[in-house]
Design a protein around this ligand. Sequence first.
Ligand SMILES: [Zn+2]
Ligand SMILES: [Zn+2]
Length: 856
Amino acid sequence: MAEIRDMTAKQPPQRRSDERYDPERIEKKWSARWQADPALYAAEGHTSKRKKYYVLEMLPYPSGVLHMGHVRNYSIGDALARYMWMRGYNVLHPMGWDAFGLPAENAAIKNNTHPRQWTLGNIVRMKAQMQRLGFAYDWSREITTCLPDYYRWNQWFFLKLYEKGLAYRKKSKVNWCPECATVLANEQVVDGCCWRHEETKVEQRELEQWFVRTSQYADELLAGLDQLKGWPEKVRTMQRNWIGRSEGAMVDFALEGPAGAAGSKITVFTTRIDTIFGATSVQLAPEHPLVADLTAGDPDLRGKVEELVREQARAREEGDVGAIEKHGVFTGRYAINPFNQEKVPIWVANYILMDYGTGAIGSVPAHDERDYEFAQKYGLEIRVVILPRRVGEPPPADQEEKPLLPYTHMDSLLINSGEYNGLANNEAIKRMTADAEQRGFGKATVTYRLKDWGISRQRYWGTPIPMLYCEKCGVVPVPESQLPVLLPDNVDITLPGGSPLSHVPEFVNATCPHCGGRARRETDTMDTFVDSSWYFYRYTNARLNDRPLDTGTVDYWFPIDQYIGGVEHAILHLIYSRFWTKFMRDLGIIHNDEPVLRLFTQGMVIKDGAKMSKNKGNVVSPDEMVAQFGADSTRMYSLFATSPDRELDWQEAGVEGVHRFLSRAYRFVMRNARSTRRGAGAASTNLSPKARALQRKLHQTIKRVTDDFQGRWHFNTSVSAVMELLNELYGAEEDIVAGKVPAEVLADAQRNLVLLLAPFAPFLASELWEALGEKDNLLRHPWPEYDPALAKEEETVYPVQINGKLRSHVSVPAGSPEELVKERALADERVRAAIDGKEMVKVIFVAGKLVNIVVR
Ligand SMILES: [Zn+2]
Ligand SMILES: [Zn+2]
């Protein structure tokens, strides 16, 4: 478009013929410009005087193609990043690739390619998709976790964990396919069978594996949740449950009869020691070490126990052990309750877990839901030891004092409990724990559901664990100076038997750094959750090559101001990365206690009521949407269809609707750009009603969009507000053409319309900004401010009469309907006082003039 320099004020703006909105042309033009200017989205260094804002979306796994869930996640983050840039912040908005993991190996086997080639090829494709969508990432900080310049720091951290006693080896169960003769990941176990051998049952084998001692920080991980006020409550609750802290006591029950190899006592864990006189059996987890002893010499019993093991394993695979149908078997043996010397039967039950507490409980059916259910099923004694009555409260006179079972409440008192009868629960817990400790058969304890993190994977495509096994010296860490331990390229990942790396002699055979003798290298690789536990620190200085991070830079950027991703990462990723932060802090290389200040979990994108999946044939491809409607429409629809925290049911008609709106915006601004180029300055007073309405709508819209960004992120209402503003502009267009809307007012409205669109439809906004004759970069242009006085609705003041006599005035927004005016009039205090106790006959309403209430 030609520059218009000849601007004679008397000539009305010419109407241009409508130009067609062509997103393809506009978006390619701006994509090319943005990519040619890498400084555009680059954050300033940590010495910047501006306030920092770190906005981050969870980094994707490079599967090869972006799906709509990604588009939604990144559109939210990108809108926020652009808004914060316009608010003048120093914004850090990076992106990278969670590039190790099993799918690369599976794809490599299937397509006969190398996992590296497959992964890096996918990254190129996905990055191009992201650029086509116009996401404002600082690509100079891109990280790819499968490259040595990143994973060497995983190894460095592992050595530090080992040094601090936070990494250790222990035997642990793995899934093993006897046909493949290899370890399977959980995802490779399908209905208890191997994914490649549908007929072959997967076995559990014990292997030495590396663990990270996350439990060391269990208390702090739990306590820290209280401070994370910017996290969704549901995520904090999920983490609390996952950490699962219980205060309780360990109590030793002596084993009656011969002791086994596992000892002569059973230590039970209980959170309700006050009910222990009601324990009518002891229940062991099927994998409790004593079970082997108790079932020795009884193949029938052994077989029954093995069935319980299998039932529990199946329930674990299905992910809900809590919902297991309870089964158990009596061992024929007894244990002695140390509090009352009573003999109780020992059972093995499938709902008792070896990895919770001690793997053994004293079962109290009267006062525990699960024990009650079990006792009913197997006819075990149910003995009440707690009454639903407070200490000092008299017993009920007219009815039998018996609680509804199972009775699990606290704030009650003890019966049938020997010397503890009559005590309140809380008091009894204290006294009985102290007594057990003093008499040497128990102690107070805290247990966690949170387990240490098993990080060994018997797979190829991951970070090699930097450890050696020397024939003489045993386990020896690789010296820091020898990092990185490179993942070798020439590996046959289809070979059966053990970790793929174990088949590579030049990798396995090493020299011991202590004695110079022969050593074997660890052939397991790290869980990919290690990579994502600290990646966001690396972004702050992604090219640093002598340290994982620079402390001063991290101090400036952390904690992350806003993290955005799927709720499916609420537990593992977000607990591991919180753990990693505390570990790094205790190493002294960072100072923050938590990585993320505010967390947002966006809703899923579905289609036709179901999750998008290839099997269902309901996958919507972002590429197709972009080709058909443009990136702006696709992004904006993903924000507009519903509020970002809710599930989005993808409707193509909706994208089309957004496209129509953007077309209208484009055509309007293109037609009227000329008058805006001319107009400038403050808004006039004495505006025509149309012009004033436009001005008011503009300031109201700025307020709504700004409030949404600052508050609940209901971008759907932000976008509808911008749509209403455009309608107002169209409604005033006749007046505009007739010159009845002052140029300043129109200019103000058009410029701000474009600024408000910028976070949602950055391509179109940039094009229109340029058409309005603006030279500065839209991304750095200040976000518009609203004037509360101009945003205020015009008001009409109604005199309120009672029986024709003026009693009060009420003011309502101009044009309010009759019902609202009457309602306000009747709610007025002076009116209410005047009609109090009288009978209302009717209310007369004269629009714009008065309200008259007739009473008698
Ligand atoms: Zn197999
Ligand atoms: Zn050695």
